[in-house]
Design a protein around this ligand. Structure first.
Ligand SMILES: [Fe+2]
Length: 295
């Protein structure tokens, strides 16, 4: 049985068949999947009948796991599994997972558990395609920029929130993180450049908040171009593996009050590196309880 890769769009996304990820993978298959991930950024697997442990085992083929989240609680009895549950909030904002820590996860897996009968798609964008799309003057500017990422800002929180949302937010920010990353990150496996911003990037180093917002908005518009986005409509028993070093994602809140549940397991990442070889640095917050640093 050989692995088949079927592109979903020109810039991002592929469906994978011919490999049974319900069983342990040999080295050749793991290498083939890693190469496909490098090219397509997001891989979709069907006929997935994994429990939490199985999802962890699959993710572990790509590196050590992180715990569920630096501040948010895991699934009961599964410390590496984050419940992505409509009951606990809706991530309908563009972001790259956990970029407020020094070494964000290199890859994320999402496994469908409860899918609403309509809506609930996940958008995944290629920040490499976004970088390639930048006109020369903007690319030259982006190449020089560094941005501060933090978990402590008002994203997706309206001014007036109920007690439950206030408690969720208090937990989310119970440890405050601030990390400076290059706006243009070089992928350690492919050398490809990508815009490394997303919702946790709140400020450009050396600029005011207002100036930062304008620059980030200009760059972000290239990430969210429809041509750079995979819009994934979930079916039951699917798993999506995406490269968190060179993508952003967004969970569309378009399914009314119906339940939606995915479980997330992430793979520990390396410290990002900019185009001149300089590494990200932490200003505030220690995430060593959450993640090891990948080589
Ligand atoms: Fe996410």
């Amino acid at each position: 049985m050989s692995i088949e890769i079927q592109k979903v769009t020109a810039n991002i996304g592929a469906r994978v068949s011919g490999v049974d990820i319900n069983k342990p993978l040999d080295e050749d298959r793991t290498t083939a999947l890693r190469e496909a991930l490098n090219v397509h950024k997001a891989l979709v697997f069907d006929d997935v009948h994994l429990d939490d442990e199985g999802q962890e085992a699959f993710a572990r083929h790509f590196g050590d796991l992180t715990t569920a989240h630096p501040t948010v609680s895991a699934v009961d009895g599964a410390p590496n599994v984050l419940p992505v549950d409509s009951e606990r909030g809706r991530a309908n904002h563009w972001h790259t997972d956990v970029t407020f820590v020094l070494n964000p996860p290199q890859a994320s897996t999402l496994r469908s558990i409860t899918i609403p009968p309509y809506g609930g798609e996940t958008l995944i964008a290629s920040s490499a395609a976004a970088y390639r799309d930048l006109p020369e003057p903007l690319r030259v500017l982006a190449d020089t920029l560094w941005a501060e990422h933090t978990n402590d800002y008002d994203y997706a929180v309206p001014e007036e929130i109920d007690d439950e949302r206030a408690a969720q937010r208090a937990q989310f920010t119970s440890i405050k993180f601030r990390t400076v990353h290059p706006v243009v990150r070089v992928h350690p496996l492919t050398g490809e450049r990508g815009l490394f911003i997303g919702g946790f990037a709140q400020r450009i180093v050396g600029l005011s908040t207002g100036e930062s917002r304008k620059i980030l908005d200009i760059l972000q518009a290239y990430v969210t171009r429809p041509e750079n986005v995979l819009r994934w409509r979930w079916s039951p028993n699917q798993l999506v593996l995406f490269d968190n070093r060179i993508t952003q994602h967004y969970a569309i809140d378009n399914y009314d009050d119906q339940p939606r549940r995915l479980n997330r397991v992430t793979v520990a990442g390396d410290i990002p590196v900019g185009i001149e070889g300089k590494e990200s640095y932490s200003i505030e917050g220690d995430a060593s309880h959450y993640t090891s640093v990948a080589e």
